[in-house]
Design a protein around this ligand. Structure first.
Ligand SMILES: *Cc1c(COP(=O)(O)O)cnc(C)c1O
Length: 514
């Protein structure tokens, strides 16, 4: 007979151990991410997993017990994390979750409701329905008509948007129109759904990373079939917002044009109001601006969309995943409704008043990720969340001014939301010959700055390419409302002085580019 494990600690004890180990792991790390780069992190984590060559494997015959496993591995995870709660962890749309949302998440993991049938999630079914209605209203939809679902994020929401657009489309070649700055998940969704022939034609952007609506109009006019236009509210790189109202007007114009043609040889309507032109707004990043009185106007026109993606694990401070997919109308989900599953949903149950959310998602087993959102909305209210959005926007505006004031730093785009894109340029008069040398290779220098900071664990700074020459730029994506202006200034100083050192080294003086 196998040994029955000795009495194991209960959840309350384990939660206490977890919090202690989190603090210890963070203390060991000391900065925003572990120092030493991938090989050192790998070795430390493998040791904690018992996976190093001289230890037992990750799956031992006899377990080490809950206390040892949780303490050792939570410490290793915390010590080895890029921690969005650190003000110098500023590379990605990667937010520090609110403690109230994390606590709510613990309740979800404990009760483990699953949204694919009412009898696995009686309360959570209503919670999701109400969260969707509240967020639909925030977006400007009629909450009594709107429908939606909680998703794993923008990727799944964009797939849902294109799926519904495809279902609604009239006959003819459905084509996807999105800007050159659209998220990669849009093209992936088009490929998965077989809608278009990727790469999808990209509408060029203006100097501020926004879709050129004049060029969208032209592209739509040249297409005789149904269209799905994906507008981005908060581009992943620059945080720019496409002109939503003008794009909605262009989509409406396309619908009218196809309707006029439909008497002759054109596509037959499917009866869906958006059958010949569907507007999907990818507000995965920018959707959170709706909480802010100051920034909500950037999303003017979002209520004209046929579907919207927004991510509350970005500007919303939820633990991931907390994606939201919204549509203004309850109809138009035929692909999902077509699937039958007698064990999950039956007509007699529905007739007896048992609701089912099965038809609202591509997933079957589905966590109640709406619950931390519900607790957060109640706890902070719109103003509380708006204050957090404004704090991050203030930080970005401040960083923009600091960049403008430092002759070594060159801004790329004006700040719209919470992202600052810039690059390091060595000053000719200061670094002399080094500048002449690096002027040819500013890309490598900016790459090297970012990697030097990553390797010694001092800062996590983003990187992207900008403009027609695809020049390497750095970016700060500021999603930590507890960071201060002094934190941001010190980080920008660190970036500039690291650039100075590397530019010098590049001229053969101090250090070499890693
Ligand atoms: C983050 C992001 C996505 C992808 O969302 P996930 O939550 O990572 O799946 C899509 N679109 C935009 C504009 C984004 O910023």
């Amino acid at each position: 007979m196998r040994e029955v494990p000795q009495s194991q600690p209960g959840l309350d004890e384990l939660v206490g151990m977890t919090l202690t180990a989190l603090a210890e792991g963070r203390r060991r790390r000391g900065g925003p991410l572990p120092a030493g780069g991938p090989s050192r992190v790998r070795a430390a984590v493998q040791a904690a997993l018992g996976a190093s060559p001289d230890r037992t494997s990750l799956l031992p015959r006899t377990g080490i017990g809950a206390a040892a496993a949780i303490t050792g591995l939570v410490e290793a995870l915390a010590a080895g994390s890029a921690d969005p709660a650190d003000p110098w962890c500023a590379a990605h749309l990667h937010c520090p979750p609110l403690p109230v949302a994390v606590a709510a998440d613990l309740a979800v993991s404990t009760l483990n409701p699953s949204l694919d049938s009412w009898d696995q999630a009686p309360a959570a079914t209503t919670i999701e329905t109400e969260v969707v209605a509240a967020l639909a209203e925030l977006a400007g939809f009629d909450p009594d008509q709107a429908a939606g679902t909680i998703t794993t994020g923008g990727t799944e929401s964009n797939l849902m948007g294109l799926l519904l657009a495809r279902d609604a489309a009239s006959n003819g070649q459905l084509r996807v129109f999105r800007s050159a700055a659209a998220h990669l998940s849009v093209d992936r969704a088009a490929a998965v759904l077989g809608i278009d022939t990727p790469p999808v034609a990209a509408i060029p952007t203006d100097g501020q990373d926004r879709m050129r609506v004049d060029l969208l109009r032209k592209a739509l006019a040249e297409h005789a079939g149904p269209a799905v236009v994906v507008a981005t509210a908060g581009t992943t790189d620059a945080g720019a917002v496409d002109p939503l109202r003008e794009i909605a007007a262009a989509v409406e114009e396309h619908r009218r044009r196809l309707r006029r043609r439909s008497s002759s040889a054109a596509p037959a309507e499917t009866g869906h109001p958006a059958s010949s032109g569907w507007l999907h707004v990818d507000a995965a990043y920018g959707g959170g601006a709706l909480f802010s009185d100051r920034l909500a106007a950037h999303l003017d026109g979002v209520a004209l969309a046929d579907s919207v993606a927004l991510d509350l694990h970005k500007l919303g401070w939820q633990p991931a995943p907390a994606g939201v997919f919204l549509t203004p109308r309850p109809d138009g989900w035929p692909s999902l409704r077509a699937a039958q599953a007698d064990y999950l949903r039956s007509e007699d149950d529905e007739a007896a008043g048992f609701p089912s959310l099965l038809d609202r998602s591509l997933r079957t087993t589905r966590r109640a990720d709406s619950f931390p959102i519900a607790v957060t909305l109640r706890a902070l209210g719109r103003d509380g969340l708006g204050t957090l959005v404004d704090a991050c926007h203030d930080l970005a505006r401040h960083a923009e001014r600091t960049v403008q004031a430092d002759p070594r730093l060159e801004p790329a785009f004006p700040v719209t939301l919470t992202t600052v894109v810039f690059r390091y340029r060595p000053q000719a008069d200061v670094t002399g010959s080094a500048a002449a040398c690096t002027a040819e290779r500013p890309d490598q220098l900016n790459d090297a700055i970012r990697r030097a900071l990553l390797l010694d664990g001092r800062a996590v700074v983003g990187r992207t390419r900008v403009g027609s020459d695809r020049a390497v730029h750095l970016k700060l994506t500021l999603l930590n409302p507890n960071a201060t202006r002094a934190d941001v200034d010190a980080l920008l100083r660190l970036i500039a002085t690291t650039g100075d050192e590397l530019a010098g080294g590049y001229g053969g003086e101090t250090r070499s580019i890693p």
